[in-house]
Design a protein around this ligand. Structure first.
Ligand code: FEO
Ligand code: CA
Ligand code: CA
Ligand code: CA
Length: 581
């Protein structure tokens, strides 16, 4: 009932008020610092960052742009490996005078390719508090950059499928690079799962008639970054299957810098926000996943075989064979005054056996949205990050917003038309077993200005809570408190990070823990295992309409008249107290 209290999870910090300041604002008693910034050397031989003299060769060795998912693998008490996604590039903030991909120099386009992907960096504890710093000296043998040009491989049932074959890879097994890696997850065996989200935007001249191309919104024109000008594979009129090689969950071993990243086809292809793993009651591995586009679906993968602690070689096969499901939500009616009901996980494919009429297993995995359409999945308000509460087992999903939902399209799980501020959904699996095929669900948080009567803070006194809009990433601390970062605050102030107890007397008492600088969204977040540090990725500071390098809207984190640099920051209590104190 109140384990969060029993474990000392009480939150006593003074909330940060909404603001439009160009700083990282933290509660009284807390400090913050950038850990690693766009352009900082990742590989030991990388040159120092030089905004006005960028090269693709340097960027491929430096920290990439627009940091998103952050995870940390401890290596003892005072060292750790940090993995960070680089979701996308903001060329109009990266280059002076940038007017679009058609007029860009080929070097600028190559810098953009190299700014994508992810980074592995060593970090070290600074002093006795929760501050961490980038290791800048020594061998740093794990440090690595992954980019849009890193050789990868496919595994699982669709590897080698005709749908994945191209002129450059007639076997359909060796894709090159990853794109738009948004959030992610980790595995129990210590690897990263990184999620390719809006990969469609990187292509040109997609088919205007192919229904699968349309279902994945592949562009039919020639807009955007124009990667096709330096790599022909991005021109779908010449290489139509190249787009099928993106939109996957990619597994990366941060402790093996020579390892080849693996695109796990058993987890399906869509605008993957993230993949969160947990273990079912019988030991099978489960991965929860959202497709972050308006009216898209929530999925889960359940492995065929069981996780065996310590059996690394066996465990690394688990994501290649299993069953992929999509969620259907049914409301129990508004009469009870709650948005809640029951649900079912509908089977799409199991191993190489399709459960969808008229589609092969390979087709289900490559065109997963089409398969889910046929199963009557529930169209959601943009499923973003998903996390399982370590204390209660509840599975929490951020539904960021959906301004396109009409009054005729509302349902109990997506209850507001023109949903500007989004909501959070909790799934409680049958018998709290992650492998169950039925569940109950409810909406513990409906976001917005607390004065807005359509908002809901789990029944808590709305005069006491912080306003919140557009939940994106979610995380739990060890006490089971829900942390929520936002992207695209529609209430007029900066994005930030919030925390809300989901049990006990303070259930629903949502408070703002930090705000990010102007134009930025808040990613990560990660509460360290010792609960002394909060890591957040400050993505796209200064990304406001009309912003450009000659008149930056943000100067974070370096201050003065500097260019804004997307960076991972760490927040800690000045006296080393537990986060939230
Ligand atoms: Fe890249 Fe769904 O946020
Ligand atoms: Ca109800
Ligand atoms: Ca988002
Ligand atoms: Ca996101």
């Amino acid at each position: 009932q109140s384990q969060g209290w029993g474990r000392g999870g009480r939150l006593t910090f003074t909330p940060v008020p909404p603001n439009k300041d160009d700083v990282l604002s933290v509660p009284s008693g807390y400090l913050s610092a950038a850990v690693v910034r766009w352009g900082d050397p990742v590989l030991p031989d990388a040159p120092a960052f030089d905004f006005d003299n960028q090269t693709a060769e340097a960027q491929a060795r430096q920290f990439g742009y627009n940091c998103d998912f952050v995870t940390v693998f401890p290596m003892g008490h005072s060292r750790a490996l940090m993995w960070v996604n680089h979701e996308y590039s903001d060329e109009n903030l990266m280059f002076r005078g940038y007017t679009g991909g058609a007029a860009a120099t080929e070097e600028q386009i190559r810098i953009g390719l190299a700014a994508h992907g992810g980074s592995v960096v060593e970090i070290e504890r600074a002093g006795r508090t929760g501050q961490w710093k980038l290791v800048t000296k020594g061998r740093r043998r794990y440090n690595r950059r992954i980019t849009a040009q890193t050789p990868m491989r496919f595994s699982g049932p669709a590897a080698g499928s005709d749908l994945l074959k191209t002129a450059a890879d007639p076997e359909g097994r060796t894709p090159v690079g990853m794109l738009n890696n948004c959030a992610g997850g980790t595995t129990p065996w210590g690897t990263v799962l990184t999620a390719e989200e809006n990969f469609n935007q990187y292509f040109v001249l997609g088919s205007a008639t192919d229904p699968n191309a349309k279902r994945y919104s592949l562009p039919t024109g020639t807009a955007g970054r124009r990667f096709d000008r330096v790599e022909e594979r991005f021109d779908l009129s010449k290489h139509p299957n190249e787009a099928n090689r993106f939109g996957w969950i990619v597994e990366i071993d941060p402790f093996d810098p020579d390892s080849t990243p693996i695109k796990r086809t058993a987890l399906g292809r869509f605008a993957h926000e993230a993949a969160t793993t947990t273990i079912a009651k019988d030991g099978r591995l489960v991965a929860y996943m959202g497709d972050d586009t308006r009216f898209e679906y929530i999925y889960k993968f359940v492995s065929k075989n069981r996780y065996i602690p310590g059996h690394d070689r066996h465990n690394r096969t688990l994501l290649d064979e299993g069953t992929l499901y999509v969620a259907v939500f049914t409301g129990d009616g508004a009469e009870d005054g709650l948005h809640d009901g029951t649900g079912e996980w509908k089977k799409l494919v199991s191993g190489d056996v399709s459960d969808v009429e008229g589609m092969t297993a390979e087709e289900v995995l490559v065109f997963t949205r089409v398969a889910a359409d046929k199963k009557g999945a529930t169209r959601m308000d943009r499923p973003e990050d998903i996390e399982r509460n370590p204390v209660t087992g509840g599975v929490f999903v951020a539904l960021t917003n959906n301004s396109n939902r009409t009054a005729a399209e509302v349902d109990e799980a997506n209850p507001r038309p023109s949903n500007k501020h989004g909501h959070v959904l909790e799934i409680m699996e049958h018998r709290n077993d992650a492998a169950a095929t039925t569940f109950t669900w409810s909406l513990p948080l409906i976001c917005g200005d607390p004065n807005d009567p359509t908002t809901y803070f789990a029944g808590f006194d709305k005069t006491k809570v912080s306003p919140i809009s557009c939940p994106d990433n979610v995380a739990f601390d060890g006490d089971g408190n829900l942390w929520i970062s936002t992207d695209g605050n529609q209430l007029g102030s900066n994005d930030g990070l919030f925390v809300m107890p989901v049990q006990g007397r303070e259930r629903g008492y949502l408070r703002q823990f930090l705000t990010v600088p102007l134009g930025a969204e808040t990613c990560g977040p990660l509460i360290s295992q010792d609960q002394r540090s909060v890591f957040v990725a400050v993505q796209h500071p200064g990304e406001l309409a009309g912003a450009n390098p000659d008149a930056p809207a943000s100067h974070w984190p370096d201050g003065g008249s500097s260019q804004p640099r997307p960076s991972v920051a760490v927040v800690w209590h000045s006296q080393g107290k537990k986060i939230g104190a």
